[in-house]
Design a protein around this ligand. Sequence first.
Ligand code: AMP
Ligand code: ZN
Length: 113
Amino acid sequence: MDCLFCKIVNGEIPSKKVYEDDLVYSFYDIEPQAPFHILIIPKKHITSALEIDDSNKDIVGHIFKVAAEIAKEHNIAEGGYRLVTNVGKDGGQTVGHMHFHMLGGRNLQWPPG
Ligand code: AMP
Ligand code: ZN
């Protein structure tokens, strides 16, 4: 499948790895929007959060757990962070492989644009 993030998972396209296990891969966003900006993605292709159902919902909990661990390791646990997934055109999704942005290291505004 011609998917940018599948290619990142299998190493065809280089990335700066933050974390990896059997289920997920995490790497630095190429255009950081905050001092700390990484993406956490399932290794298995899921187009967006709209595809989450009973067969694959456990990955979402796993991603949140991994994010908490990364926060503690990268010293953003105390300051806090935002974990967000954009879905579809109106959600601002530009890569069709579900990914969670993890942003921290500055005071983030709400609501987002
Ligand atoms: P979204 O707009 O939610 O689909 O987010 C896609 C994100 O992927 C953006 O923040 C991009 O900066 C990021 N991105 C695109 N290509 C790469 C890449 N090759 N390596 C790392 N991050 C990327
Ligand atoms: Zn993919």
